[in-house]
Design a protein around this ligand. Structure first.
Ligand SMILES: *[C@@H]1O[C@H](CO)[C@@H](O)[C@H](O)[C@H]1NC(C)=O
Ligand SMILES: *[C@@H]1O[C@H](CO)[C@@H](O)[C@H](O)[C@H]1NC(C)=O
Ligand SMILES: *[C@@H]1O[C@H](CO)[C@@H](O)[C@H](O)[C@H]1NC(C)=O
Ligand SMILES: *[C@@H]1O[C@H](CO)[C@@H](O)[C@H](O)[C@H]1NC(C)=O
Length: 682
């Protein structure tokens, strides 16, 4: 039985049932929540129950709306039957290559991918309202490395849940390392991959302003690979409208905080396939970690952990015997459909509506693993954050729209490379008021950063959350780094380079999706090469008081391409005038970097040839944001004492040299730079 239906929400679309015959009727979604399966109402009772059919090879789960077929006991998803289509996944692919979890990991003498194939199938619950099944694998010290694919040193439990009346299914995974048992391991990536029917799914949607008709895998094969294999110039695409465009999956990345719903639309029949991730708690490295979403395939990803835009700093490393357990998900794979006469954009609107519903009902009450705490087992923290920026204001101000979160204990800012423990983030209101809900039991630090201010906040005491804890923290005050009054500043401290000059792309390497978008221009391919075109003779010189960082500060300090295809270092200058220099004192230079890739930033005051620089960052960063069209990677703040002897009355020049030049992708992005005068009584 294939039953397709529209999710309708506020849209009042018509519900389409395909059961051999086509029936239409109107349904009001707001009256019925899809996951509150225990609710008794006529609507709900009239829906078919969830059924399961298990054979030696397959587990088939069906709720009359969606039917999924899972390999038994391996656990990969072989089929999704929906909307009158027998299988919306890419059936020419092997059964194991349509919907699967994988982990990229390594140890001293191994690096590779484990597809986490299960060896045991278990029914967790099976009734009309809900089926939950488990495909698990218990790590075994005698067999784990006997095949080409070494099994990750962890016990793996992958779950699927189907609810009555739900137009999709939920999935999650529990990874567990037993104490004292398992060898060391470095985990680089954890994700789920869905490969959809190539013939049907051609329209991809990530956000309101990022959606388009996509090329096919074949279009990439016939195209011209650019500076790295992921970026391809489409020279002979089947859809002639795409000719001359660049395709690169990294152009469709986003911050994890914004990655709540993305997916694909088929035009015939009109079907949407959506990955809805209602919480960021189980993803690595906090809210501004970036990752992939969907890309040519058609492929839809649910990313939980990766090195993207962060590099080796976020490797999840386990010592031999180190215990650990984490639940990834659940997230929702949501399907919707519309009749041919509906504008297909409604499917995106409806997916967003569904995302909001899923987000509101987080934490879900229905997942049955004891490792997934229900809302009553979780805690709650609230308070108000203020900022005291000395020399700028005498009074304490609200930390408006600050990002505030709980993460594993550590120094200020450690959350952005923390990968093993859940993180719970929220955004303060205008007055700095915040509430963090749904926190797992555990010991945390409270961290924050405030747009408009440099540095990282950490609350001095560790915070212990017990089941049902409600913790009132009251007024907290963040004192950002500050030694003296601002003499000059460049940029806006928000951990990105978005406010700086971002050039138009070379007209040969355009992604048309971003042509008319200022906020997305940084996602265009090849902007790193525009630097040498814009500054052909000498490097960038910024004159305080005359230059404007929106137009006169290139968004990344990249290397300069020579005619013989080598690259050389670049040295940027900041020219500033001091009317007086206070002897025997320290000024302070603050350099906040938004990104760094195998870069060394050297700082010299007034003496460009000084053999030992006044300050160097040493070699930092593997976040690769320049090549991956990110506008930020990992945030780093450098605070440099500047003895007055380095300065002079009148014109001064600050030389910023990025000395590492083996590649076009080595370099830094600045977030913000400031020179402070010496401390004085205020
Ligand atoms: C490339 O050109 C630059 C500047 O013209 C020169 O300094 C460098 O030695 C050349 N490199 C090679 C490998 O020819
Ligand atoms: C500061 O030091 C310079 C050089 O050491 C000296 O010429 C100057 O007179 C000093 N200024 C004051 C105000 O002490
Ligand atoms: C300036 O900073 C240096 C450390 O970088 C410190 O040793 C020195 O005492 C400071 N000087 C003053 C006058 O504060
Ligand atoms: C300082 O720099 C400005 C701008 O580059 C220039 O106009 C001025 O003549 C310079 N002053 C001195 C004393 O060198």
């Amino acid at each position: 039985m294939n039953v397709g239906w529209i999710r309708h929400g506020n849209l009042s679309l018509k519900l389409l049932l395909v059961m051999g015959i086509v029936l239409f009727f109107v349904c009001n979604c707001s009256a019925k929540s899809q996951y509150s399966h225990k609710r008794v109402n006529d609507d709900y009772d009239s829906l078919p129950g969830v059924t399961m059919n298990v054979t030696d090879a397959e587990v088939v789960i069906d709720n009359g709306i969606v039917q999924i077929t899972i390999a038994n006991p391996e656990g990969h998803l072989m089929g999704v039957c929906y909307g009158g289509v027998n299988n919306i996944l890419e059936t020419p692919n092997k059964e194991s290559n349509r919907g699967y979890w994988d982990v990229v990991w390594g140890t001293t003498n191994y690096y590779g991918t484990d597809w986490l194939l299960g060896s045991t199938f278990n029914v967790i619950v099976e009734n009309e309202d809900q089926v939950e099944v488990s495909f698990s694998y218990k790590w075994d010290s005698t067999t784990w490395n006997t095949s080409n694919v070494w099994r990750i040193p962890a016990n793996v439990d992958r779950r699927y849940i189907m609810l009555r009346g739900s137009s999709g299914f939920y999935t999650y995974m529990i990874l567990e390392r037993e104490e004292g048992v398992m060898p060391e391991a470095n985990i680089f990536q954890i994700r789920t991959v869905y490969k959809l029917d190539q013939e049907r799914f051609q329209y991809m949607a990530i956000s309101d302003d990022r959606q388009r008709i996509m090329p096919s895998p074949k279009d990439r094969e016939t195209g011209l690979p650019l500076a790295f294999k992921e970026a391809v110039l489409l020279t002979d695409p089947t859809n002639p409208n795409l000719r001359g465009e660049v395709d690169d999956k990294y152009q469709y990345s986003c911050d994890d905080k914004d990655n709540k719903v993305h997916g694909w639309i088929s035009f015939d029949p009109q079907i949407g396939f959506w990955i809805i991730t209602p919480s960021n708690e189980f993803r690595s490295a906090g809210p501004v970690k970036q990752d992939l979403t969907s890309h040519v395939g058609p492929t839809a990803l649910a990313m939980f952990h990766s090195a993207h835009y962060a590099g080796y700093d976020v490797t999840m490393s386990f010592q031999e015997g180190e215990p650990w357990k984490k639940v990834f998900g659940p997230y929702y794979v949501y399907l919707n459909s519309a009749s041919d006469y509906t504008d297909f954009h409604e499917l995106w609107e409806d997916a967003k509506h569904q995302m909001k519903q899923e987000t509101r009902s987080w934490p879900y009450e229905f997942p049955l693993s004891n490792d997934f705490p229900k809302s009553v087992e979780r805690g709650f923290v609230y308070g108000r954050l203020q900022v005291h920026d000395r020399y700028r204001w005498k009074v304490v101000k609200s930390a408006s729209h600050a990002w505030i979160g709980l993460a594993a204990p550590g120094v200020a800012g450690s959350w952005q490379t923390e990968t093993k423990v859940y993180q719970f983030w929220t955004r303060a209101d205008r007055n700095g008021g915040f509430m963090i809900k749904g926190i797992h039991e555990g010991v945390y630090n409270l961290f924050a950063w405030v747009p408009g201010f440099i540095g990282d906040y950490v609350y001095e005491e560790e915070i212990t959350i017990a089941q049902g804890s409600v913790l009132k923290l009251g007024n907290l005050v963040y004192e950002p780094p500050r030694n003296g009054p601002t003499l000059w500043q460049i940029g806006y401290p928000d951990r990105t380079a978005l406010e700086f000059y971002i050039p138009e792309p070379n007209s040969l390497f355009v992604n048309k999706l971003y042509t008319d978008s200022n906020v997305n221009r940084f996602r265009q391919y090849g902007l790193w090469e525009r630097y040498a075109e814009l500054y052909p003779d000498e490097d960038l010189i910024y004159t305080v008081g005359e230059s404007d960082f929106h137009t006169d500060w290139f968004f990344a300090q990249v290397t300069r391409k020579e005619e013989n295809n080598t690259y050389k270092p670049t040295t940027w200058q900041i020219v500033f005038t001091l009317e007086e220099v206070i002897n025997s004192s320290n000024y302070t230079l603050r350099i906040a970097l938004a990104s760094a890739t195998r870069a060394e930033l050297q700082v010299r005051f007034n003496e460009p040839e000084l053999s030992i620089p006044h300050f160097t960052t040493t070699v930092i960063g593997t976040d690769n944001a320049i090549a991956r069209h990110g506008i930020h990677g990992i945030y780093r703040l450098y605070n440099v004492d500047v003895p007055s002897e380095w300065l002079c009355v009148g014109n001064n020049t600050l030389y910023l040299k990025q000395s590492r030049h083996d590649s076009p992708f080595f370099g830094v992005m600045y977030d913000y730079i400031r020179l402070e005068g010496p401390p004085r009584t205020i």
